[in-house]
Design a protein around this ligand. Structure first.
Ligand code: HEM
Length: 136
């Protein structure tokens, strides 16, 4: 059912009376909402006809804003080979870096374990040697 739009299809809708935008690879017709936007019409007109995923997410919009957004949905974006990569994918790759740093945290824990184990081994080795010395 959902209609597919290319980047150039969406880029034709940039005026206040006909305003489309792309957020997370979905296409929204924001025309009816421009006057109601609590953040003002200017910001919407600035990103009209473009991928505004970053602008939308940077503001940290509420769940209510996301519900309004769903009501404005008109279709999905069809990416061509020469189109820029999805902003959503870029976010994913940065969250993968996040997982990487979580992995580093695990490495940190591992390092502590090795140091503790090494310390314990040194302690027992020292005691063993002292006992041997006392016997001699
Ligand atoms: C069609 C897409 C959008 C919808 C449905 C929407 C909806 C809303 C809603 C409901 C609010 C009130 C606060 C909240 O509930 O989060 C809001 C605030 C705001 N929006 Fe949007 N928004 C959209 C796109 C954008 C974009 C692309 C920008 C770009 C910068 C933007 C910038 C802002 C700002 C700056 C505020 C804060 C206003 C304030 O608190 O003074 N919005 N938006």
């Amino acid at each position: 059912m959902s209609q597919e739009f290319t980047f150039s299809d969406v880029s034709e809708h940039t005026s206040k009376k006909d305003l489309y935008m792309i957020i997370h690879d979905k296409v929204y017709n924001c025309t009816s909402f421009v006057d109601e936007h609590p953040g003002g019409e200017e910001v919407l007109l600035d990103v009209g006809g473009q991928d505004s995923t970053e602008a939308f997410e940077d503001v940290g919009h509420s769940d209510e804003a996301r519900e309004i957004l769903e009501g404005l949905l008109v279709g999905t974006l069809k990416r061509g080979a020469n189109d820029p990569p999805a902003k959503a994918q870029q976010q994913q790759s940065s969250s993968q870096t996040g997982t990487g740093s979580a992995g580093n945290a695990n490495m940190g824990v591992g390092l502590y374990a090795v140091i503790l184990l090494g310390g314990a081994l040194a302690f027992f080795a020292y005691q063993y040697l002292q006992q041997n010395q006392q016997k001699a």
